[in-house]
Write a protein that binds this ligand. Structure first.
Ligand code: CS2
Length: 497
């Protein structure tokens, strides 16, 4: 077989060295996954294949793209759902072909098939990685955002939903009406209390249609929370070439990732689940301590690194963390500002967690692009940085590093780096945020005008936080520092505590 041939099920006997195990029984679909991006394919899909190999069960996955993206569906279906996970670590590259994905659908085209599956008794879990904005939440109340155009559409046409709340409510209604037990809904996004947050969005969406349905969902459906972790960059041509070289087969949809992975899951699955605990997932009663530690330590510093790097001109996380003052800043933010806000079990060593994160960031083989992390700041900043800031302000503690992260986001929204390179702002609130940031005038002479303009954005800042004078002062100081150059600002701030 030449490298022109395509990865497909028939070719599996040729690549046994790249399979988790040679045997495979072709399980039935038991999980529908909304948001079939790279993260899911390098995380839940891998755990699920391993769990089926360890303990059986019909838990094959049907992945769904929600944005009408038929390219991804077609590429994966042309390969019978197969793709390789390209683990890039210090030890080299490991390429593994994953078989757990059986089918890929693209909405709105495949709606009928999706709803058939969602009503299938063998589908017992619907999991999600749809990013923060996919939840369509009103951040002020936590309910579904009735002003969201997709939600307005779905409430008007409940039989043709396109949003996550709309799809889940329609599918759960079908199951209730047909007397089929509900599936468990498993959020795998980086939101705090992701299960509870999703329950509130889904129930409030249902309530807007049918009070009795909302009550039934609230009573009958489990929404366990999870903490998911694996650094998974976007696929590049280099990944396609690496997969082709390893497999001697063409793979159009490989997923690069780091070797590390972690999954902590609240164990509430009334309809059953794969034996994920057999393959390294931690099934616990309370995910919250893990979730907050990950969101604040990892994602909080990731976003800080991303915005500072966009301004300073570092393209990837490993490049950023090899700038010694930035490494020192991130190390001291975790040590002095973030870790003290966390309440973790005694067995969870936060300083070891910090050191492991710094090592993961330094992985030179991963090429995790800062621009990827910098997307959707309006959705990411609140749980990643503002929650930590609010906790510290409440105790009268310093927030210098955290404020520099938020200030870097403000300056980033002006759309250009220190050296004048321009970038496009990718954010559901992009037009509003960029208008606020660019109309605020000259940052060097009037840093407070940028800070006040941004603090006025109620979708991001609560009235309490926006009116906190200590917070405002720290932001003005940080924007002033950034005005003299990002690298200098980092050098001036690096040692905290
Ligand atoms: C990153 C995350 O893109 C981002 O915003 O912070 O995707 C991060 O890589 C993962 O949460 C790691 O588990």
């Amino acid at each position: 077989m030449t490298s022109e041939s395509m990865l497909c099920r028939k070719a599996l006997p040729l690549i046994e060295d790249h399979l988790l195990a040679p045997e495979w029984r072709d399980p039935r679909i038991g999980i529908v996954h909304l948001g079939i991006g790279n993260f899911h394919r390098a995380h839940e899909a891998v755990y699920t294949e391993e769990a089926m190999l360890a303990a059986g069960g019909d838990w094959a996955i049907c992945g769904v793209t929600l944005q009408g993206d038929v390219t991804k569906r077609d590429a994966l279906m042309a390969q019978d759902g197969l793709y390789s996970v390209v683990e890039r670590g210090l030890q080299g590259v490991k390429t593994t072909v994953i078989r757990a994905l059986r089918e890929v659908l693209a909405l709105p085209h495949d709606r009928a098939r999706l709803f058939d599956l969602l009503a299938d008794t063998n589908v017992r879990i619907v999991s999600l990685t749809v990013t923060e904005k996919g939840y369509c939440r009103d951040t002020k109340t936590g309910d579904v955002d009735l002003g969201h155009p997709g939600i307005a559409h779905d409430l008007e046409h409940p039989g043709e939903p396109g949003t996550v709340p709309g799809i889940l409510v329609a599918a759960l209604k079908t199951r209730r009406d047909a007397g089929i037990a509900p599936f468990t809904v498993l959020s795998c996004d980086n939101l705090s209390h992701n299960g509870a947050a999703l329950r509130q969005v889904v129930c409030s969406h249902a309530r807007a249609l049918d009070e009795a349905l909302a009550t039934w969902i609230d009573r009958e459906v489990a929404f366990p929370s999870t903490m998911v972790d694996r650094i998974v960059p976007a696929t590049t041509d280099a990944d396609r070439d690496a997969a082709a070289a390893a497999l001697e087969l063409r793979d159009e949809a490989p997923v690069p990732c780091e070797p590390f992975r972690q999954w902590v899951i609240e164990d509430r699955f009334p309809a059953g689940r794969p034996a994920w605990e057999r393959v390294g997932a931690q099934l616990v009663d309370d995910v919250m301590p893990f979730e907050l530690a990950k969101l604040r330590m990892l994602n909080g510093t990731h976003s800080t690194l991303a915005y500072l790097s966009m301004l300073a001109g570092f393209a990837t996380i490993d490049e950023a963390i090899s700038f010694a003052p930035l490494r020192t800043l991130i190390h001291s933010m975790m040590t002095h500002e973030i870790a003290p806000t966390l309440n973790v079990p005694a067995s969870f060593d936060l300083m070891a967690y910090r050191d492991a994160l710094l090592e993961r960031y330094a992985n030179p083989a991963l090429k995790h692009r800062c621009a990827q992390i910098a997307m959707d700041g309006s959705q990411k900043i609140p749980p990643r940085l503002l929650a930590t800031i609010a906790a510290r302000l409440g105790r009268g503690q310093a927030i210098t590093g955290l404020a520099l992260g938020v200030a870097a986001w403000f300056v980033f929204l002006r759309g250009h780096a220190d050296d004048g390179t321009t970038f496009v702002i990718n954010d559901p609130l992009a037009s509003r945020l960029t208008a606020l940031a660019t109309n605020a005038g000259d940052v060097e002479n009037a840093p407070e005008s940028l800070v006040d303009a941004m603090l006025g954005c109620r979708d991001v800042f609560s009235p309490e936080l926006a009116s906190n004078v200590v917070f405002r002062r720290a932001l003005i100081e940080a924007v002033t520092q950034l005005g003299s150059g990002t690298r200098t600002a980092i050098e001036n701030t690096e040692k905290l505590g």
